[in-house]
Each structure stands twice: as structure tokens, then as C-alpha cells.
Design a protein around this ligand. Structure first.
Ligand code: HEM
Ligand code: HEM
Length: 226
């Protein structure tokens, strides 16, 4: 076994930017006063991150691809049955169970970001899509936005506990690889971080967010002038 590059730079950058953005979202909504404008901006950025990761799941380097880490039920059950064995097979990329947790986290963040587009702080700020839908839809979006974050926090706690469990119980130290990208493994290394694909995917993601936030929403007539 030797140290090989497994996580490309964009995947690692995505990971730590997502961690930072979610912390910012929590602080701007729950802790800081008068930070709602920043909550919106970071929310749009987080939406961009999830769009980027989705694209990267198709055009990124090998271990970042969905096709590499979304396994069928047989593999998931097989892997789950070895979960508490200390010497279970180490995977270079996400393991069959972890792959689904990754997908779940991405979906929950996406639900949080999309539902945010319909929210209001009841004072100054309305999400860009608020005026476009009926009250019944606003209720559903409000429910998702207020409760989804708690579900997400639960999964994040599980994620961090799992990393700790792998490190202490199975002696598989996963966290450093999310920083420097390298793991001790017999599997093949990736050969590049695909910089051109990265730039294209990042530009498409930014363009999509701009479209969803600035271009597509209906015009709102100003009722008050300050
Ligand atoms: C807000 C908190 C966090 C969120 C939302 C989060 C989310 C994610 C996501 C979405 C992935 C998949 C990465 C990808 O394939 O693109 C991932 C993987 C990973 N995360 Fe986190 N993460 C969080 C905190 C942390 C922390 C604090 C650590 C370090 C202790 C960590 C370590 C890892 C590692 C090591 C992997 C790769 C797991 C593997 O080898 O299969 N994460 N995380
Ligand atoms: C992934 C991105 C996001 C996360 C993690 C997030 C998280 C949160 C959290 C935890 C709260 C507090 C909920 C509560 O008190 O029950 C909140 C409130 C709020 N969020 Fe977000 N949010 C995100 C994106 C957005 C976006 C994109 C917008 C608007 C464009 C938005 C608008 C709001 C508003 C207006 C509130 C205040 C609601 C109220 O006072 O009742 N959020 N958000």
C-alpha cells in the first residue's frame, strides 16, 4: 500500500466550503442580529455549491463520481453487515453505506436552500420566489426550512461520529484525506483534479444560481419606499 491521491482539489474545496457555509447559515439565522441579508447571500452560495457537486458527480475525477459511490442494495447490506468488524474492507472512495449518506446530505442541503428562496423574515427581506406561489406552498416551504435544518444537523452529527468511529475503532483515518487528498490504498490514484472541468462546472453553477435568483423570479411591485 502507498499514499495515493484519491480526493481531487474541487471535492475537498467543496467539502470545506460547505462546512463553512452551513456554519454561516446557522449564525446568520440564529445568532447574529441583522444578518438576514448575509443569510440570503450565503444561502445562494450554498445552492451553488450543491449544484456544483451534482455536476462534479458526473464530470469530476473517478472517486467523486456518483457512479463510483452509489451502490445497489446488495453491496450496501453486505457492507453494513461488516460495519462493526474492525478489519472490514477499507474503500479508497466513499464506502457503500457512506455513499448514500453523502447523497442524503446533499439532498437535505438542497431542500434547505430551495425552501429558503420562498422565506421571509417578516421585516425587510423576502426570498426571490416568495411572491410567485400560493400560501399553501409557502406553508410547505416554511415547514421544510424550519425543520429541515434539524434533520440535517442530525445527519451531520452522524457523519462526524462515523468519521470518529472509523478512526478509533477501525483505525481508518479518513479525515486527513479530506484535507490533503491522499490515502494509503491499493486502489489506483486519480491523475488530476481536472481543472478545466472544474472551471466550467463552477461557471455553470454560478450562472444557474444567478438565473434562479435574479432572472427567473417574477418582478415584485414595490409597495413601500424607504
Ligand atoms: C457541516 C458539517 C459537515 C458537512 C455538511 C459535511 C458533508 C460532507 C459531504 C457532503 C461529504 C461528501 C464529499 C464529497 O464526496 O463531495 C463529506 C465527506 C467527508 N467528510 Fe464531511 N461534512 C461535515 C463536517 C466534516 C468534518 C468536521 C469532518 C472531519 C472531522 C469531515 C470529514 C469528512 C470526510 C473524511 C469525508 C470523506 C469520507 C469518506 O472517506 O468516505 N466532515 N462530508
Ligand atoms: C442551505 C442554505 C440554508 C440554510 C442551511 C438555512 C438555514 C436556516 C435556519 C437554520 C433558519 C432558522 C430557522 C428557524 O428559526 O426555525 C433559517 C431561517 C431563515 N432563512 Fe434560511 N437557510 C438557507 C438558505 C436560505 C435562503 C437561500 C434564503 C432566502 C433567499 C433563506 C431565508 C431565510 C429566512 C427569511 C429565515 C427567517 C425565517 C423566520 O424568521 O421565520 N434561507 N434558515
Amino acid at each position: 500500500m502507498s499514499k495515493k491521491l484519491i480526493w481531487d482539489v474541487p471535492t475537498r474545496l467543496f467539502h470545506w466550503l460547505l462546512v463553512g457555509s452551513l456554519i454561516a447559515q446557522y449564525l446568520t439565522a440564529e445568532v447574529l442580529e441583522n444578518a438576514m441579508q448575509w443569510h440570503f447571500y450565503f444561502g445562494y452560495f450554498t445552492l451553488g455549491l450543491v449544484i456544483f457537486r451534482t455536476l462534479w458527480g458526473f464530470i469530476g475525477s473517478d472517486y467523486a463520481k456518483f457512479s463510483q459511490f452509489i451502490y445497489g442494495p446488495k453491496a450496501v447490506i453486505g457492507y453494513a453487515s461488516t460495519l462493526f468488524k474492525r478489519n472490514s474492507k477499507a474503500h479508497a472512495g466513499h464506502n457503500p453505506l457512506g455513499g448514500w449518506v453523502v447523497l442524503l446530505m446533499l439532498l437535505l442541503v438542497l431542500a434547505q436552500a430551495i425552501s429558503g428562496l420562498f422565506m421571509t423574515d417578516d421585516i425587510f427581506f423576502d426570498g426571490p420566489w416568495r411572491a410567485a406561489v400560493e400560501d399553501s406552498t409557502l406553508k410547505v416551504m416554511g415547514f421544510i426550512h424550519h425543520n429541515g435544518f434539524d434533520v440535517l444537523l442530525g445527519i451531520i452529527a452522524l457523519h462526524i461520529a462515523a468519521i470518529g468511529f472509523y478512526s478509533v475503532y477501525k483505525k481508518q483515518r479518513l479525515a486527513p484525506a479530506m484535507i490533503h487528498g491522499k490515502k494509503d490504498t491499493n486502489e489506483p490514484a486519480i491523475t488530476s483534479s481536472k481543472w478545466l472541468a472544474f472551471i466550467i462546472a463552477a461557471a455553470i453553477s454560478a450562472g444557474m444560481v444567478y438565473y434562479v435568483v435574479e432572472i427567473a423570479p417574477p418582478e415584485v411591485e414595490e409597495e413601500y419606499y424607504y
